[in-house]
Ligand binder design. Structure first.
Ligand SMILES: [Zn+2]
Length: 235
């Protein structure tokens, strides 16, 4: 069974950027685990902070509820950390925790943020962490108690503003069949309603290239940028 691990900085990042691809993997019988390092309670919850007397704890609980609902729609396991956001601080304990997690989950495919995002340092910190942890996870001398694991594929999902992020897609996943279900996942968020239109439009745009490459009708697609080189006996 294919194992997929998705690592997001914040509670709903994964839904907008790769919710459709997750649904496709679930449909194909894959074992998908979504990991959220924080809930984005400080940096991505502006509308919730409009309420008088609001606290980070309350916003976190609200965003956690949204992420749990979306995970239930997708039928995936959700693992959450409370590492805080804006800024998200990655120390050595957290680096080793990500190594431990990769060795526990043993994914064939890892999906996370793209490497560059000047609008969101937490996304960059998460991408850096995942990429580095994948390298450390294969080291013979690191955490010898857990079996080493080689991550062969990491794909960065599309940022909100790709034009600022040097985002150059090299892979398009056709999500036409699950677009309605992805919409249902996105609608689990009250706090970031505006993102629904952003990623609905993006999916329709990415569908153009996906349709050209696949030579079939594609209405929605998600785009990714590969982190690691591929190797084989032939192309
Ligand atoms: Zn985010």
């Amino acid at each position: 069974m294919t194992k997929v691990t998705v690592v997001s900085a914040h509670g709903m990042d994964w839904v907008w950027r790769t919710g459709g691809t997750i649904l496709k993997y679930v449909q194909a019988g894959a074992d998908v685990t979504v990991v959220c390092l924080s809930m984005g309670e400080r940096g991505e919850s502006a509308s919730a902070w409009a309420e008088p007397g609001q606290t980070a704890e309350k916003v976190r609980a609200l965003r956690l509820g949204e992420a749990e609902k979306a995970a239930a729609v997708a039928g995936v396991e959700l693992r959450t950390y409370d590492w805080g956001d804006y800024p998200m601080v990655i120390d050595n304990d957290r680096r080793l925790e990500m190594v431990r997690l990769l060795r526990e989950l043993r994914p064939d495919v890892v999906l996370t943020h793209g490497r560059r995002d000047p609008n969101n340092p937490d996304h960059v910190a998460t991408a850096d962490l995942v990429e580095a942890a994948a390298i450390w996870s294969r080291a013979h001398g690191r955490l010898p108690a857990a079996a080493r694991h080689v991550v062969r594929q990491i794909h960065g999902y599309e940022p909100e503003f790709p034009e600022f992020c040097d985002f150059t897609p090299d892979t398009y996943i056709d999500i036409s069949d699950v677009a309605d279900q992805k919409l249902e996942m996105m609608q689990c968020s009250q706090v970031q309603q505006f993102m629904i239109e952003v990623y609905e439009q993006r999916a329709r745009y990415r569908a153009i290239m996906a349709g050209l490459l696949l030579e079939r009708k594609v209405t929605h697609a998600e785009a990714f940028e590969r982190f690691l080189p591929a190797a084989g006996d032939l192309f």
